[in-house]
Design a protein around this ligand. Structure first.
Ligand code: ZN
Length: 592
């Protein structure tokens, strides 16, 4: 039951596989945002503007115009897969046909003039051309012309690097991480075309360790914290581990998987903020920075940024890959955190644009939201605006997946889907409820094959054993964090009702700073100046959900009258006067 015609060639089959394109109608909070993103941004992309640098080969100022075509294409590929937008599909087919024509005699598709190739962001840009072509062939249509263009493009790079006498890690930015992060796309090229030279190139990249400061995989296996691996550049590094997972699928090398798994855990435990974002240390929030602690420091952000959207989008992509390979439920818990808070909060409410930093300003203090700037003055793009949509479009990709024995439900947005069960059989499921605001959801079997299959339902760690589950009205015992596995002869109309524990979780600052964050269900909450004072101390006791004002998804009022809202909605006027606060000050306890 491969998800693509190529998956059956992989040495290691994924534990969880995405549904075929068009097999799900995805709604709810995240589905609504994705629809806006498609209509207001992705269907309006000026693709010719993005391919132009490759025809002109005139990017001689050391910039990175070359990254936008592939980054935006990947976002559009996943968004098309999720929504079936005909306009998007037409644009994808056209622009892929177009970029193939920009190849030179060797097959290379670069925006840099020959004399400047293998410098600055050239290999990085060529990586994204490869990423775009590979994702198009794997997820949209296995077009022989695009696959052949991809193969020639990748082999031209391999030959050019060899002729230069320098390793790939000596070329370009971030001490090897940027150029070597092409690994995943090179493996996919080998999978698509069966070319042994492409696979040899991928193995050589992996064996190089990807950074001039030492092997990143060895470092992860030795437990080195991400901020001390390579130069710490967060999403380039994460992409190198994503590439190792692609190589694992191809070769079955257990070191690839173990390094990726340890890296994932270490990023989760030491870097990811409570809102699912990550990255700091520079003005743009782009380096691993001991984020678990630095998010609490209002002084640490001075003239600095926290939480680049690209870091969150790449974290979502990498988590999706590791979830597919291993099937581990705790990975979906983190996907949920980043999708509902970090990613959802990084898009402007009208879907036209994205924030680079989410939010701008300190996480422990008064912050605001601002739209990403024109990153290369006059070109009109920003990396986060290009990659944010990919993160969002991966929500339906991981919402319901297929496993060997049945279907796995990982996210609870309202949706209706058809799940392949092997041997040509399918089941249809629907999920109903007002998830994220409410904890009650119903999963219904709309059609079932004659044979048994297993329905696996993710029980989030924040709800765990407090979750109440009923199968056709009868209580199910022993529910706990992880998966609830129900293996039976399913009939049309069978229903599993889940009631998640929506109690308020007060997360106290772990650095003694007397601040706290709030989480209710998957939503992290924040103060917003439209609802009251921001960065103002209060005591988070009692209270209840209240009707949210226009433009805000969820609001909650505590006993003392303080009202907070979901982090994704906080500050979403994108006006510096509309302030928000994520880590709020705790009012000292009353003296007894
Ligand atoms: Zn970015």
């Amino acid at each position: 039951m491969p998800s693509t015609p190529h998956a059956n060639k992989m040495k290691k089959q994924d534990v969880l596989r995405p549904l075929p394109a068009g097999a799900m109608k995805f709604g709810g909070f995240l589905g609504g945002k994705l629809e806006l993103c498609v209509k207001q941004r992705l269907e309006k992309i000026r693709w010719k503007h993005l391919t132009e640098p490759f025809f002109g080969r005139n990017e001689d100022d050391g910039r990175w115009r070359c990254e936008f075509w592939g980054k935006i294409l990947r976002s559009a590929v996943y968004a098309w897969r999720a929504t079936g937008s005909a306009a998007l599909r037409k644009a994808l087919d056209e622009t892929v046909r177009d970029i193939v024509r920009a190849a030179d005699k060797s097959g290379c598709i670069s925006s840099y003039p020959a004399a400047k190739q293998l410098q600055d962001w050239d290999v990085w840009g060529r990586k994204y051309v490869a990423v775009g072509l590979a994702d198009y062939c794997l997820e949209v249509r296995n077009d022989p012309k695009a696959a052949e263009a991809l193969r020639r493009h990748v082999l031209a790079l391999a030959a050019q690097v060899k002729a230069s006498g320098k390793p790939l890690g000596d070329i370009g930015w971030h001490e090897g991480l940027a150029a070597n992060s092409i690994l995943g796309a090179v493996v996919q090229t080998a999978r698509l075309t069966g070319d042994p030279e492409a696979l040899a190139f991928a193995k050589a990249i992996y064996a190089s360790g990807c950074s001039k400061r030492g092997d990143v995989y060895d470092a992860a296996l030795a437990g080195v914290p991400p901020r001390h691996i390579g130069n710490g550049k967060a999403y380039e590094m994460t992409a190198c581990f994503d590439g190792a997972l692609e190589l694992y699928r191809e070769t079955g090398d257990p070191r690839c998987l173990e390094a990726a798994r340890r890296y994932w855990k270490s990023v989760r435990d030491t870097e990811i903020f409570v809102n699912g974002m990550g990255g700091g240390r520079d003005d743009w929030g782009e380096y691993w920075c001991d984020g678990r602690y630095s998010q609490l420091r209002a002084d640490g952000w001075r003239n600095r940024g926290q939480g680049e959207t690209c870091v969150a989008a790449t974290w979502v992509k990498f988590s999706m890959q590791l979830l597919s390979v291993t099937g581990e439920a705790e990975i979906a818990d983190e996907l949920e955190r980043t999708l509902y808070n970090g990613i959802a909060g990084a898009m402007t409410p009208d879907g036209t644009w994205w924030a680079h930093l989410n939010p701008a300003g300190p996480l422990a203090g008064s912050a605001w939201r601002q739209k990403a700037f024109d990153q290369i003055p006059g070109y009109g793009e920003d990396c986060c605006v290009a990659q944010g949509p990919m993160g969002l479009a991966l929500a339906p990709y991981v919402a319901v997946m297929a496993h060997d024995a049945g279907a796995t439900v990982l996210l609870y947005e309202p949706n209706r889907c058809r799940v392949p069960l092997g041997g040509g059989a399918t089941c249809e499921l629907s999920i109903a409820g007002d998830y994220a605001r409410e904890g009650k959801v119903a999963v219904e079997v709309r059609s079932a094959p004659a044979k048994k299959f297993e329905l696996r339902l993710r029980i989030p760690a924040w709800s765990g054993a407090k979750t109440v589950a009923k199968l056709n009205g009868k209580a199910v015992k022993g529910v706990k964090a992880g998966y609830l596995c129900l293996d039976r002869d399913w009939k049309k109309g069978d229903r599993v009702e889940l009631e998640f524990d929506m109690a308020m979780h007060v997360i106290e600052a772990f650095d003694g700073s007397r601040r706290f964050a709030l989480q209710r269900g998957p939503l992290v909450l924040a103060q917003d100046s439209r609802l009251g004072a921001v960065d103002a101390p209060f005591r988070p006791v009692g209270g209840q959900a209240v009707k949210a004002p226009k433009g805000i998804f969820f609001a909650y009022r505590f006993d003392d009258g303080t009202t907070v809202c979901d982090f994704a909605s906080a500050g979403n006027l994108y006006d510096m006067r509309n302030r928000l606060c994520l880590w709020m000050p705790m009012l000292p306890a009353n003296p007894v």
